[in-house]
Design a protein around this ligand. Structure first.
Ligand code: NAD
Ligand code: UD1
Length: 339
């Protein structure tokens, strides 16, 4: 039986794009998702893009019996673990739910993998583990600290994974620290479909452009940055998806686990992103400046040296392309997967 790659959270934003990249590279894929933050209609879109090269299992990564069945039934030989909750504000209000889902889910998955003798994992970490960075660009050796419960769940998972690989070198783990994933598949068939008002900048801009929201609030114009607005490292989700493929290939080849940043290395301000989106799409983006958002850092972008050296990977798409693809997705699917 041809082995499969298990993608937990594969119906979600980054997972669905990674599933396409893996299938295009000839891999067999099994998606496990409880659909708590995604829509089953994404599966039809994936079939349109990649045919029937994947199986879908609906369920929760905290369900040990289900994991045992899935790992065995599909002859899984490696796992990409996206499943998790990711809204910072919600994590402050509901910390136990976040620890249960993100830490409990990762723990349950690792135990099932050990039972099944599957020891290659790619883990979705985040630049949030750097907290308020002391230097930019941020190298992987920067101090780790979390400023909210969501960030702490990522740090606890990273620590758990580091302990595991120290204890048993048969584990090969890639911890990928994503910066700010944006954009969509160039077909416009899959993309980011937040439920309710988006927390993140790019989907908010896209919803203003399509007429779903009146006006973008820009959180702060008094940061110590060239134009006063916050600076981030936006990375096209298709580049990110390719990064997972590169990580899996390296895990198969190398004797060691890997921890790398996935970003472009370029700092882009809120104002620059808004202006680029308006220029590329021809849609004006109504906006106003409001107070800073609590917990936001001024500047955050990646040192990408290690990703280039260890994965042979670097981001290819620029900010104009990210806006173009985000807009194609949003204009073709004004209300996400529900239309
Ligand atoms: P997403 O919410 O679109 O996808 C996550 C998927 O996991 C959803 O489909 C959800 O239904 C599923 N899920 C959640 N809990 C589950 C559980 N217990 N069992 C089974 N399925 C479950 O989020 P995303 O943006 O694709 O993020 C994927 C991963 O990347 C997350 O772990 C997130 O923390 C991490 N990450 C995301 C970003 C970002 O900006 N999007 C940045 C850094 C890290
Ligand atoms: C957010 C999360 C972070 C997560 C990251 C990637 C918070 C506090 N942090 O960070 O944990 O790792 O996403 O998913 O939620 N902005 C506006 N108006 C908006 C939305 C955002 O001006 O309506 C600004 C922000 O102040 C920031 C920039 O746009 O300067 C990017 O914001 P966002 O997309 O939320 O990403 P992060 O702040 O990097």
């Amino acid at each position: 039986m041809t082995p499969s790659i298990l993608i937990t959270g594969g119906a979600g934003y980054i997972g669905s794009h990674t599933a396409v990249a893996l299938m295009e590279a000839g891999h067999k894929v099994v998606i496990l998702d409880n659909l708590c933050n995604s829509d089953a209609r994404v599966l039809d879109r994936l079939r349109r893009l990649a045919g029937n090269a994947f199986e879908f299992e609906q369920g929760d990564v905290r369900d040990a019996a289900l994991l045992d069945r899935v790992l065995a039934r599909h002859a899984v030989n490696s796992v990409i673990h996206f499943a998790g909750l990711k809204a910072v504000g919600e994590s402050v209000a509901q910390p136990l739910r976040y620890f249960d889902n993100n830490v409990g889910g990762t723990f349950s998955l690792l135990q099932a993998m050990e039972r099944a003798d599957v020891r290659h994992m790619v883990f979705s970490s985040s630049a949030t583990v750097y907290g308020d960075p002391e230097q930019v660009p941020i190298p992987e050796t920067a101090p780790l600290k979390a400023t909210n419960p969501y960030g702490r769940t990522k740090l606890v998972c990273e620590d758990m994974l580091r302990d595991l690989q120290r204890a048993d070198p048969r584990w090969k783990i890639a911890m990928l620290r994503y910066f700010n994933p944006v954009g969509a598949h160039p077909s416009g068939l899959i993309g980011e479909a937040p439920s309710g008002a988006p927390n993140n900048l790019m989907p908010y801009i896209a919803q203003v452009a399509v007429g779903q929201r009146d006006c973008l609030n820009i959180f702060g114009d008094d940061y110590p940055t060239p134009d006063g607005t916050g600076v981030r490292d936006y990375i096209h989700v298709m580049d990110l998806a390719r990064g997972h493929l590169a990580a899996l290939e390296q895990l198969a080849k190398r004797q060691q686990s890997i921890t790398v940043n996935l970003g472009t290395g370029a700092g882009i301000s809120v104002k620059q992103l808004v202006e680029t989106f308006a220029r590329v799409t021809g849609r004006p983006i109504a906006h106003r400046y409001v107070a800073r958002r609590a917990g936001d850092v001024a500047v955050c972008y990646a040192d990408t040296t290690l990703a280039r050296a260890t994965l042979g990977w670097q981001a290819e798409h620029d900010i104009a392309r990210m806006c173009e693809d985000a807009w194609r997705w949003q204009s073709m699917n004004p209300t996400g997967y529900t239309n």
